[in-house]
Design a protein around this ligand. Structure first.
Ligand code: NAP
Length: 255
């Protein structure tokens, strides 16, 4: 079967949408993949497929049957399972893989960070830090905080979290980007004394860190999960565009 060569972007992030916008309309096909977690996702340009592949084996089979010549894992730094699946599937399919991963946030002067390895550890830390917590970890993982004692939560997410949720909480359905002034006003209005976040990195949601610094609030910072070794990694969309072009051109010239 003679298929147009295509690049698969594993997406669900601002960077993935930026990458699709740059690659669509070029000399090869592009398909973006979303997990289907968000009810009304921001869709990338071009062809989009939605839903899981069925593990690494399912992904390898999909790569083989859809003319995929290169894969770019542009998923969120906390979406670990799909990154490990991508590494295994790309290796099994003999298809090159690139990870496009935004740089992690780094603690600056005046930041009161408490770094932790998991959401569960973050929950254990909270009673010593305050009573009114701003949970900005997204929808997934809110249940890890359901049993924190003597606590009230301001929970911000794109879609409502699944049960169990903390018994005393206010849900704010919203999505970035955010600016420091509004973040300060939000934290002030709800009298939060702790901010809980994952180290997602990037500019769109960094304003909460600026706000916490300005207000002198402690931040519980959940560190990123491990990523598969041996995968080439870039942090900006431009480098990923260059890589994709080189892969497809290289594949053509070697045939
Ligand atoms: P995950 O734990 O790494 O993945 C769980 C399963 O979801 C995967 O095994 C895969 O199912 C499916 N999946 C994940 N990303 C996919 C994609 N782009 N296309 C097709 N299937 C995908 O992922 P997650 O943490 O639930 O995140 C899901 C999606 O939301 C990711 O695409 C990520 O970029 C985006 N996102 C996540 C976060 C976060 O904090 N985790 C934040 C913002 C955006 P199968 O095994 O069946 O293939």
């Amino acid at each position: 079967m003679n298929m147009t060569p295509r690049v698969l972007i594993l997406g669900g992030t601002t960077e993935a949408r930026g990458l699709a916008a740059r690659l669509v309309g070029g000399e090869f096909g592009v398909v973006s993949s979303l997990a289907g977690r968000v009810a009304s996702p921001r869709l990338p340009a071009g062809e989009v497929r939605i839903g899981g592949f069925g593990g690494a084996t399912g992904l390898a089979s999909w790569i083989g049957s859809h003319g995929i010549r290169a894969v770019i894992d542009a998923t969120h730094p906390f979406a670990a399972a799909i990154s490990w699946n991508a590494a295994a599937a790309a290796a099994a399919s003999h298809v090159p893989l690139l990870a496009l991963r935004r740089t992690a946030w780094v603690r600056g002067v005046g930041d009161l960070w408490h770094e932790t390895a998991s959401l569960e550890d973050a929950a254990l830390m909270l009673p010593d830090l305050g009573r009114r917590h701003f949970l900005t970890i997204g929808r997934q993982g809110v249940s890890s905080f359901a049993e924190v004692r003597d606590a009230w939560f301001l929970v911000r997410a794109v879609d409502p979290p699944e049960a169990p949720t903390p018994p005393r909480m206010k849900l704010l359905l919203d999505r970035g980007p955010y600016v420091p002034e509004a973040e300060i006003a939000l934290m002030h209005a709800h009298q939060v004394d702790t901010v809980v976040t994952k180290n997602s990195g990037g500019q769109a949601t960094a304003a909460k860190l600026t706000a916490a610094r300005a207000l002198g609030l402690p931040v519980v910072m959940v560190q990123r999960p491990a990523t598969p070794g041996g995968v080439l990694e870039v942090t900006d969309v431009g480098s990923a565009v260059e890589w994709a072009n080189a892969q497809v051109r290289g594949g053509r010239s070697s045939r």
